[in-house]
Design a protein around this ligand. Structure first.
Ligand SMILES: [Fe+2]
Ligand SMILES: [Fe+2]
Length: 297
């Protein structure tokens, strides 16, 4: 599991990168609002957790995971710059996301809550495992989402989403394994897994609805003429432009199973196949190959 040093050229990507589908476009765009701060935070928390890892194989996976998430975070932040260049400024929203990850979920528990030493880190690792359940489900969805191709979605954006989705499938079990490894013994370890999912799912839903509403309200091309609505959202779901509620919702009880392991999420075959054809991943692999040849020469 290695990070692919991809890059994307956003110059030709229109604001509504799914043509005539502002709601679907902005619901997906919420990813760009949450992931730069969120995935940067994953890396930070994992760095704190590294001394707890006593298994060489897991340690290697964790380092691969950190490299991949760091790259994802940076690439999504470039999309925010691209939105800003098109007069869609996202700072007023991302400030709250930064506060969430840096303060509420920072190195120390918020508001001086007295957590027993070391326990706060375990909660934060459990939160990452819960979030990664959804990134795996979304990654699997986007690799299969032919509705986006049918709708003529921008190819660069599709490549970003599918490259990222494929790496999410590739490392789908790492955060879970990390938590299981560091989380102590059951039943406390299992209870923490349940509690953090019970917080993660509603908070993500709320951040998503808020983010989509924010983007639609501040979209200069829509100029305040439309609002984010469940009706428009469901219409986009029917066209295959967004995952179904059932796909998303069923990920939760699955995660609650005691015997659960994320290696069952999505299709690794599909992920690997996509990475073999992804323009960005191929270009990154080519650059690595050329550098290696250069070193040898
Ligand atoms: Fe990621
Ligand atoms: Fe991930």
């Amino acid at each position: 599991m290695v990070p692919r040093r991809v890059s994307f050229d956003w110059r030709e990507t229109p604001l509504h990168w799914i043509p005539d589908e502002p709601t679907a476009t902005h619901v997906v765009n919420v990813l760009h609002l949450l992931l730069p701060a969120g995935e940067r935070w994953f890396v930070k928390v994992f760095k704190e957790g590294l001394p707890l890892v006593t298994d060489a194989r897991l340690l290697q996976d964790v380092k691969g995971f950190m490299g991949q998430e760091a790259t994802h975070s940076v690439q999504h932040s470039y999309v925010l710059n691209h939105l800003a260049e098109q007069r869609l400024d996202t700072d007023a929203y991302t400030r709250h996301v930064d506060f969430l990850f840096e303060r509420l979920l920072g190195e120390e528990p918020p508001w001086g809550i007295p957590f027993p030493a070391g326990k706060w880190l375990l909660y934060r690792l459990a939160f990452i495992a819960a979030i990664e359940q959804f990134t795996a489900v979304l990654g699997d969805w986007v690799l299969r989402a032919e509705g986006l191709d049918r709708a003529g979605a921008d190819e660069v954006m599709l490549d970003l989403l599918r490259w990222h989705g494929a790496e999410e499938i590739e490392h789908r079990a790492v955060a879970f394994d990390m938590y299981q490894h560091c989380g102590g013994s059951d039943p406390a370890r299992y209870a923490r897994r349940i509690v953090t999912m019970c917080v993660t799912a509603p908070v993500l839903l709320w951040l998503w609805a808020w983010g989509a509403a924010y983007l639609i309200r501040h979209d200069p091309q829509l100029a305040g003429r439309s609002r984010y609505s469940l009706r428009e959202h469901n219409r986009a779901v029917d066209k295959g432009l967004l995952p179904t509620w059932r796909e998303l919702g069923s990920a939760i009880p699955r995660y609650f199973r005691r015997s659960y392991h994320p290696s069952q999420e999505g299709s690794l075959r599909k992920a690997v196949d996509y990475l073999a054809t992804s323009p960005a991943a191929r270009a990154a692999a080519g650059a690595v190959g050329r550098a290696a040849l250069g070193r040898r020469g």
